[in-house]
Design a binder for this molecule. Structure first.
Ligand SMILES: Nc1ncnc2c1ncn2[C@@H]1O[C@H](COP(=O)(O)OP(=O)(O)O)[C@@H](O)[C@H]1O
Ligand SMILES: [Mg+2]
Length: 151
């Protein structure tokens, strides 16, 4: 599913609407260049789950943040990690197999740990400064969930 965003508020709103689909245990991966809008997207998702807006920030230096909403949301950034082991060591696998929702930025290194059911979001820059193109790819059971949502 492709969405054209014309500004940060649109990206945030899309993610906020997507939050309505979330169920316990869901995993979302998020890929975008720096400044692409990953944190903006997560802010929408989190507020959609009832998390106060100001709690959401970029986790680049914190690696792992937890927000309490309608469900608990784990926001991770694997940018600085070089191997899946490093995520294993901090207990990521246990969290993945639990009932909380997980959103992971820069998922590349974590690939071997990730479940086959997941929503993969890719954001790319568009022509204008505030234009982004978002590609939402449902994998496993997310494929159907996304299709239903789209209708
Ligand atoms: N369409 C858009 N969607 C998301 N962010 C946008 C858009 N247009 C401009 N921006 C701006 O780009 C920046 C994205 O920053 P951020 O969400 O922190 O990105 P990242 O976490 O990927 O580095 C913000 O300053 C945001 O206001
Ligand atoms: Mg960020």
């Amino acid at each position: 599913m492709h969405v054209h965003s014309l500004g940060p508020l649109q990206t945030e709103q899309l993610a906020r609407e997507l939050a309505g689909l979330l169920q316990p245990g869901d995993v979302i991966t998020l890929e975008a260049p720096l400044g692409g809008g990953k944190t903006t997207f997560v802010r929408g998702l989190a507020t959609g789950l009832g998390v106060p807006e100001e709690e959401v920030s970029s986790p680049t230096f914190v690696i792992w943040q937890i927000y309490e909403g309608r469900m608990r949301l784990h926001h991770l950034d694997a940018y600085r990690l070089r191997a899946a082991d490093e995520l294993e060591e901090i207990g990521f696998s246990e969290t993945l197999s639990g009932q909380d929702v997980v959103i992971l930025e820069w998922p590349g290194v974590a690939e071997p740990l990730l479940p086959s059911d997941r929503l993969h979001v890719r954001i790319e820059y568009g022509d204008g400064e505030e234009e982004r193109s978002l590609d939402l790819e449902g994998r496993g059971n997310w494929k159907q969930r996304l299709e239903q949502w789209q209708r």
